[in-house]
Design a binder for this molecule. Structure first.
Ligand SMILES: NC(=O)C1=CN([C@@H]2O[C@H](COP(=O)(O)OP(=O)(O)OC[C@H]3O[C@@H](n4cnc5c(N)ncnc54)[C@H](O)[C@@H]3O)[C@@H](O)[C@H]2O)C=CC1
Ligand SMILES: NCCCC(=O)O
Length: 498
């Protein structure tokens, strides 16, 4: 367990380029899930705080767009450098605040810096086009920012979530009001400060801390032009309803129950390693976690034994320790949710092949759950259908491609799918038939800010990456100008004379 101890600090919302005393006097605690330590008392912002943030964001956005593109690009590049330089501090903040193991949290800072640089390169590419429609006329479209974007964040990868949403929003010329998750709000405050220090107008990116009430105030605010949300399906639905009232654009990246489909002709060693990392990384708190392993019957015994052997070597413990593979769950709420699914699995008749415990003896104050592999799972069981968001892998067996497709698609979600086979014909057939917004073949969780990433079915709409991020952050307008006086004008020709 970490020996690091802290005196809880008071964290204020970041509004107008600095921490500001909030209107609301309510607070909530930021807690280290590895040891129960209280890290901070964080302001629980109300609708007045959100309104203040939207107001300063509007003014900052106008200033931002009055700057030449080169000056805006320079700010983004300085911000990227700062995120990279501060990645140790940012990573430690996330590790303490939500239990992500430090060795991975450090990687988030470096990946986020690359992401910001990608978006810096897009700043002067928010172009429209010219349409040769009518002779004697020039018609063109412009792409312009929505104004203020509301960013409502989850808790499972705070640094990456902040940068992947804020960078495209501001690269497209917007300001942002960010509502981090109440379970991991701390790094967002630091990231907004780093952007200010990099030279952004005061108020370009503001952080209002709080829970669902604060988030709802963001989704409802008429001064916000678009919302990008990552989180659960029920909350995504609420946000879509709230946003519709004022016709906000929305990008919704919601839950998943991603299949990881392994055929007998696959590289079984790579597929086995991938299966474990894909579901147990970040203690399973990953939207695209491959939580359903669909394995072909002919190789099932051998493959499952490989999983059992390797899963036993996963080191669970202090997330600050560089040797640890898996830290605790992020919050008491999540710990109870996952513990409940362990009970449901047993009640439904699944077999616990490995794990299945919540090691309170070795980790009395921590919210740890063992990496758990469930076999003898059938498609009707809740553990095979519902998003758990914890380190639980459900193994199902199939005979042929048709059955694999049927099992893969028989859930409400459609975020991502992983397919392992050496047969490229089969790979492409499966990629066409499996219902998921992202298909990974012989790999998993490979991302790039220039590649579309979004869910279908209940897993959401739009993409917070690539062209989806631009679409979600901008609107298009059309201009038509008659420049040739010989070109006709639409008018009544018989209004003159007697
Ligand atoms: N797919 C993903 O990446 C994620 C999925 N989840 C799923 O959701 C489950 C519950 O986790 P939560 O953090 O409670 O998810 P959530 O979807 O309720 O919360 C996500 C964010 O939305 C905010 N929020 C809550 N109610 C809101 C409302 N009415 N209007 C606007 N914003 C609101 C929260 O404060 C937080 O910032 C998890 O167990 C997991 O299954 C959670 C986080 C990320
Ligand atoms: N926001 C998508 C990141 C998913 C992943 O951690 O792979």
């Amino acid at each position: 367990m970490s020996t690091h101890s802290v005196t809880p600090v008071r964290e204020l919302p970041f509004i107008g380029g600095a921490p500001r005393e909030p209107h609301s006097s309510a607070t909530f605690e930021a807690v280290n899930p590895a040891n129960g330590e209280i890290l901070a008392h964080v302001a629980d912002c109300d609708a007045v705080d959100v309104d203040r943030a939207v107001s300063v964001a509007g003014a900052a956005q106008r200033e931002w767009m009055s700057w030449d593109a080169g000056r805006r690009i320079a700010v983004l590049l300085r911000w990227a450098d700062a995120v990279e330089q501060q990645r140790a501090e940012l990573g430690e903040t996330d590790t303490r605040n939500m239990g992500r193991v430090l060795r991975e949290a450090l990687g988030d800072g470096a990946a986020s810096a690359r992401m910001i640089r990608y978006w810096a390169g897009q700043v002067d590419r928010m172009t429209g086009h010219q349409v040769p429609a009518n002779s004697g006329h020039l018609s063109y479209t412009t792409r312009e920012p929505l104004g203020v974007i509301g960013v409502i964040m989850p808790w499972n990868g705070p640094v990456g979530s902040f940068c992947s949403r804020v960078a495209p929003a501001i690269a497209c010329g917007n300001a942002a009001v960010v509502k981090p998750s109440e379970m991991s709000p701390l790094s967002a405050l630091r990231l907004a400060a780093l952007l200010s220090e990099a030279g952004a107008p005061e108020g370009l990116v503001n952080v209002v801390t709080g829970g669902g009430v604060t988030g709802a105030a963001v989704a409802e605010h008429p001064g916000i032009g678009g919302v990008t949300f990552t989180g659960s399906v029920p909350t995504g639905r609420r946000i879509a309803h709230a946003a519709a009232e004022t016709f906000k654009k929305t990008v919704l990246e919601l839950g998943g129950k991603s299949p990881n489909i392994v055929f007998e002709d696959a590289d079984l060693d790579a597929a086995g390693r991938g299966a474990l990392w894909g579901v147990f990384n970040n203690a399973g708190q990953v939207c695209v976690a491959g939580t359903r392993l669909l394995v072909q019957r002919s190789i099932a015994p051998e493959f499952i034994e490989q999983l059992r052997r390797r899963a036993a070597r996963i080191r669970v413990g202090d997330p600050m320790d560089p040797k640890t593979h898996m830290g605790p769950l992020a919050s008491q709420q999540q710990f109870e949710r996952v513990s409940n699914y362990l009970r449901i699995a047993r009640d439904e008749g699944a077999r616990v092949l490995s794990g299945g415990g919540t090691p309170k003896d070795t980790h009395p104050e921590g919210l740890f759950v063992e990496p758990t592999v469930l076999t003898e799972v059938s498609q009707s069981m809740r553990v095979a259908r519902e998003e758990i968001f914890g380190p639980i892998l459900s193994v199902l067996v199939f005979d042929d491609e048709d059955e694999a497709v049927a099992l893969a698609n028989d859930v409400e979600y459609g975020l991502s799918a992983n397919i392992w086979t050496r047969d490229l014909g089969r790979m492409h057939r499966m990629a066409g038939l499996v219902q998921a917004g992202t298909i990974w073949g012989n790999t998993m969780r490979l991302h790039h800010p220039g590649l579309w990433f979004g869910g279908i079915k209940a897993s959401g709409q739009g993409s917070a990456y690539a062209e989806g991020a631009i679409e979600g952050s901008t609107r298009v307008r059309r201009v038509t100008i008659r420049f040739d006086e010989a070109a006709p004008t639409p008018a009544w020709g018989d209004l003159d004379g007697d």
